[in-house]
Design a protein around this ligand. Structure first.
Ligand SMILES: Nc1ncnc2c1ncn2[C@@H]1O[C@H](COP(=O)(O)OP(=O)(O)OP(=O)(O)O)[C@@H](O)[C@H]1O
Length: 222
């Protein structure tokens, strides 16, 4: 399956954010989006998910045009938002059956380390545990495409590794678009990358490209 957006334009008032952008993502690949704060990465993901309207865009899946308003309800595109979305007062073991039925719950309950926090309230979980749980909940949906907005932000190494491993496990059955400032982790799992700069896309092959294009300063680069 192939998701394609073409001719995406987005402004907030007079503030042009994205200009005539095209992005493509196929099942079995992870496409990463880099860019400085405020360049429009979250805007891009929200538009693809259908929770934000573009000024102009054509969205197709397998060459069939999808109305962006309907991309959410069509259950083709899953989305991990930048901010945590789980209800803090619920216990993990009570939340999982609210998201998945019957045997499908096993994918979450028996995922590595979930047993170490399944009896805790979500509000008492560490940031790493929350982001990992959210990734498991959204990533195990049947939706063939998945958008990830900063899954590694503020996450300790142990959970970053678990989250990366999970995305690599689900990748054969999904097309994933990810954005995160933890560029080493993202580059490690990505098939293709681009930098969003002044509304346009610049192809990125490696860390050196990120440096050359001004996303990393020399002191960031090692
Ligand atoms: N609803 C809105 N109204 C007006 N401006 C907005 C709105 N949402 C975002 N912006 C602005 O649009 C720009 C792009 O925002 P966006 O959140 O997409 O950036 P980002 O690349 O995801 O940034 P970060 O790396 O900080 O998460 C920013 O300058 C932001 O302030």
């Amino acid at each position: 399956m192939k998701l394609r957006i073409e001719g995406l334009n987005k402004s907030y008032g007079n503030n042009g954010i994205i200009s005539n952008l095209s992005v493509q993502c196929e099942k079995g690949e992870i496409v990463s989006v880099f860019g400085r704060n405020g360049c429009g990465k979250s805007t891009l993901l929200k538009i693809i998910f259908g929770s934000l309207k573009a000024d102009q865009m054509t969205l197709t899946i397998d060459e069939k045009e999808i109305n962006p308003k309907k991309s959410r309800s069509s259950q083709l595109i899953g989305y991990l938002p930048q901010s945590s979305f789980l209800p803090k007062e619920l216990n993990v073991r009570n939340l999982i059956p609210m998201c998945y039925r019957g045997d499908e719950q096993d994918k979450i309950f028996y995922a590595p380390r979930v047993s170490t926090f399944e009896n805790k309230k979500i509000g008492y979980l560490s940031q790493g545990e929350v982001r990992y749980l959210e990734s498991l909940i959204v990533g195990n949906l049947k939706h063939p495409f998945l958008l990830l907005d900063e899954p590694f932000s503020m996450i300790e190494p142990l959970y970053k590794e678990l989250i990366k491993e999970f995305y690599l496990n689900i990748k054969p059955n999904k097309g994933i678009i990810i954005t995160d400032h933890n560029y080493n982790d993202v580059l490690e799992i990505s098939n293709r990358s681009f930098l969003l700069q002044k509304g346009h896309k610049i192809a990125i092959n490696d860390k050196n490209c990120l440096k050359e294009n001004g996303y990393l300063t020399s002191s960031d680069y090692n």
